[in-house]
Design a binder for this molecule. Structure first.
Ligand SMILES: C[S@@+](CC[C@H](N)C(=O)[O-])C[C@H]1O[C@@H](n2cnc3c(N)ncnc32)[C@H](O)[C@@H]1O
Length: 279
């Protein structure tokens, strides 16, 4: 019952994607359609996949953990790799449930652990839609994240844009989109993270919440040290050391000369092995 009502609700509410799509340049409109209609005809595995249970991202996460595998858009079973701990997922769920965002954006979908938690909170609170931006969902992940969302029965709340953050976010900003909640968990290079923040800050409403994953990575930490020193954001407490939660207190009103120094961790990451984390 809960499942049916929620899905009807997701269908009926004034559609965020239609609103946004109507403001996009014509050439881009086709790229920006609901996840379901985009994948429905192209991937029979997606079409045929039934939700494993009532609308429930937590159940799918549990199944992935128990089974250790996930099914991709091509019907192949592949290892289910966690990019987020269960504690971090719970924290994301709590934050989304607390903020009840009408429109959320996440950069970085991958296997969809963050996506499942955010969508579950959105469904539980009946509060809106989530847009995931990830250009490599099909090429690198073979659609596993999208399949997990579908198996959780949460696809009606979900939009996906197969486009680089540095191309899609400026378009969203130019289209006049307004965002209540954002998660940055994409490429993680300093310049990418800062670019994602820069555009998301332009569309995030006042009192909106911006969450950064991998706060213990030196590049992400340096970026946040810059942001926190120079932008009107408040840091919120969280029990998760690898997550940083910011609330936007005001719009950016810095004069052109403004600059406050910030701390850069003196930790170099030039190889995958033996990387030291920030404390
Ligand atoms: C750490 S994973 C995200 C994990 C995901 N949030 C989860 O909880 O499972 C990083 C993701 O960022 C995506 N990515 C990399 N560069 C990107 C870019 N420029 N724009 C958007 N996404 C990007 C990758 O394809 C990858 O899926």
């Amino acid at each position: 019952m809960k499942n049916k009502n929620l899905q009807r609700y997701a269908h009926n509410r004034a559609s965020v994607e239609e609103h946004l799509a109507s403001r996009l340049p014509k050439a881009l409109r086709k790229q920006f359609v609901s996840t379901k209609s985009k994948l429905w005809w192209r991937y029979p595995v997606y079409r045929r996949a039934k939700p494993v249970t009532d609308v429930d991202g937590n159940a799918v996460t549990r199944l992935l953990d128990e089974d250790g595998t996930q099914t991709n858009l091509f019907g192949e079973k592949v290892p289910a790799t966690r990019f987020m701990t269960p504690g971090e997922q719970q924290e994301l769920y709590r934050l989304v449930a607390e903020h009840r965002p009408k429109f959320s954006v996440e950069v970085g979908l991958a296997a969809g652990y963050s996506t499942l938690s955010m969508l579950q909170a959105i469904a539980d609170k009946k509060c809106g839609k989530l847009l995931s931006i990830d250009p490599f969902q099909i090429s690198d992940f073979k659609g596993a994240g999208l399949m997990n969302v579908r198996r959780a029965g949460l696809d009606d709340f979900h939009l996906w844009w197969e486009r680089m953050s540095h191309y899609s976010l400026p378009i969203l900003a130019e289209s006049g989109a307004k965002v209540d909640f954002a998660l940055i968990d994409g490429n993680h290079l300093f310049d990418y993270t800062l670019t994602e923040f820069y555009y998301l800050d332009r569309i995030l409403k006042r009192e909106g919440c911006m969450v950064f994953h991998d706060y213990r990575y030196p590049a992400v930490r340096a970026c946040l040290n810059f942001i926190e020193a120079n932008f009107p954001y408040k840091v919120m407490p969280t029990a998760e050391p690898n997550i940083r939660v910011l609330i936007k207190e005001n719009y950016d009103q810095r004069p052109w000369y403004y600059f406050k120094p910030f701390n850069v961790p003196q930790i170099a990451w030039t190889a995958l092995e033996n990387r030291e984390m920030c404390e």
